[in-house]
Design a protein around this ligand. Structure first.
Ligand code: ATP
Ligand code: MG
Ligand code: MG
Ligand code: MG
Length: 339
C-alpha cells in the first residue's frame, strides 16, 4: 500500500515562501507509486488552508491569509500515516508543530519538541554545544526586556565581542533579520531589525575574515550518519537572503575541497551536536572554516533544512549515493522507528 503523507508547508514564519518552494520540490520528486502525498499550506496568519486554496498557494508561492484554525486540520491529519512538517523557522521548525503532532499521536518526519526547540534557538543551541566542548565563535544573548531595562547592555556586549559582529534573531533562518555590524553606529539599526523578529537576539563575533562555509547532512535517529561535507561559495559579503535565493549567486561544492582532517572534524562535531541537542531524522549542520588558522566553528543546526532538489541537504546525500526519492523514503521510515 502507498504511504499516505501529509506535507505541511508555508506557515507563520519569515521563511514562509522558502517553505513553499521546498514543498513544490518534494511534491514533484516523490515517486507516485510509493507515496500518496497531500500538501497542506499554512497561511502567514497561521491558518490551515483547504485543498483548493493549498493548490493555489503552492502555485502563487505564498498564502497571506485564509484557512481554518489548525484544530480542524489536526483532526484531518490523523488519517495520514506520516506528517512531513516541511516548515522553516518559528511556528514550524521550533517544536510548536511537533508538539501539536505529538499530542495528536501522529508520526512525523524530523526532530521532536526538544530537538526542534533547542536547535532553532541559536542561544540555546550554543549553550548546549558549549557544554559538549564544540567550538563556536564568542557570542552574547540579549533579550528585548533586558535592553529596555538597560539600554547600554547591547553596546557593552558589542564592545566585548569587537567589530565587525553579527546580530541575529535567536529563532529564525534564511538570514532573515540578520545584519553584519561594522561599527557602533550600525548597532541600533541591526538590533531593531533583529528584535522585530524575536524577543531574543544573539550577537556574534565575526570569524577572522570571511569564513569558508561548510555544511554536513545528518540522517538517522539513535544511530545517525553524517554525509560528505559540502561547501557554499558566493561573492557576497555574507550569505544573506538574496544570495541564498537568487539563482546563480551561490554555488555548492560537494565534497568540499578541504583537508581530510577538517572534513572529519566537521562530521564528528556535527554528529556530537545532533546527539547533544536530541535531534532526530535529519539536520543540516553548518560550520565556519577559517582557512588562515585552520579553525572550525559550528555555526548552527537546521532541523528542517531547505529541501528543494537543488538544496544542499538532498545533494549532500545524493553525493553519498542516496537519491532524492530514497532520501525522503528513509525520512518517512525514520518517523515511525525508535528515536
Ligand atoms: P539558515 O538559512 O542556514 O538557517 P540562518 O538564518 O540561521 O541561516 P546564519 O547561518 O546564522 O543564519 O547566518 C547567515 C550567514 O551570515 C552565514 O551563513 C554567514 O555567511 C554569515 N555569518 C553569520 N554569523 C557569522 C559569523 N559569526 N562570522 C562570519 N560570518 C557569519
Ligand atoms: Mg539557520
Ligand atoms: Mg534555517
Ligand atoms: Mg545558516
Amino acid at each position: 500500500a502507498k504511504v499516505r503523507i501529509l506535507l505541511l508547508a508555508g506557515g507563520q514564519s519569515g521563511e514562509h515562501e522558502v517553505s513553499l518552494s521546498s514543498a513544490r520540490g518534494v511534491l514533484a520528486a516523490l515517486p507516485k507509486d510509493r507515496f500518496e502525498v497531500t500538501p497542506l499550506v499554512i497561511s502567514k496568519e497561521g491558518r490551515w488552508l483547504p485543498p483548493a486554496d493549498t493548490t493555489r498557494a503552492l502555485e502563487a508561492g505564498v498564502a497571506e491569509t485564509g484557512g481554518d484554525l489548525m484544530l480542524r486540520g489536526v483532526a484531518d491529519a490523523a488519517s495520514f500515516d506520516v506528517v512531513f512538517p516541511l516548515l522553516h523557522g518559528p511556528n514550524g521548525e521550533d517544536g510548536t508543530v511537533q508538539g501539536l503532532l505529538t499530542l495528536a499521536g501522529i508520526p512525523f518526519v524530523g526532530s521532536g519538541v526538544l530537538g526542534s526547540a533547542a536547535s532553532m534557538d541559536k542561544a540555546m543551541t550554543k549553550q548546549v554545544l558549549a557544554a559538549h566542548g564544540i567550538p563556536q565563535v564568542p557570542w552574547r544573548l540579549l533579550t528585548r526586556a533586558q535592553v529596555r531595562r538597560d539600554p547600554a547592555a547591547a553596546l557593552t556586549a558589542a564592545r566585548e565581542l569587537g567589530f565587525p559582529l553579527f546580530v541575529k534573531p535567536a529563532n529564525m533562518g534564511s538570514s532573515v533579520g540578520i545584519s553584519k555590524v561594522r561599527g557602533e553606529d550600525e548597532l541600533d539599526g541591526a538590533l531593531r531589525e533583529a528584535f522585530a523578529h524575536d524577543r531574543r537576539v544573539v550577537l556574534e563575533a565575526m570569524t577572522q575574515g570571511k569564513p569558508r562555509e561548510l555544511e554536513v547532512g545528518i540522517l538517522g535517529n539513535d544511530a545517525p550518519m553524517a554525509s560528505p561535507v559540502g561547501e557554499l561559495r558566493f561573492d557576497a559579503d555574507f550569505y544573506d537572503y538574496e544570495t541564498k535565493y537568487t539563482e546563480g549567486r551561490a554555488t555548492m561544492h560537494i565534497p568540499a575541497d578541504v583537508p581530510h582532517a577538517v572534513a572529519e572534524q566537521v562530521r564528528t562535531y556535527a554528529l556530537a551536536a545532533f546527539r547533544a541537542l536530541d535531534c532526530a531524522g535529519l539536520a543540516r549542520i553548518d560550520f565556519f572554516y577559517e582557512a588562515a588558522t585552520g579553525q572550525v566553528y559550528l555555526n548552527e543546526v537546521n532541523t528542517m533544512p531547505g529541501f528543494t532538489p537543488t538544496s544542499m541537504y538532498p545533494n549532500l546525500w545524493a553525493a553519498a549515493g542516496l537519491s532524492y526519492a530514497d532520501l525522503v523514503t528513509r525520512l518517512v521510515e525514520l518517523a515511525t522507528e525508535d528515536r
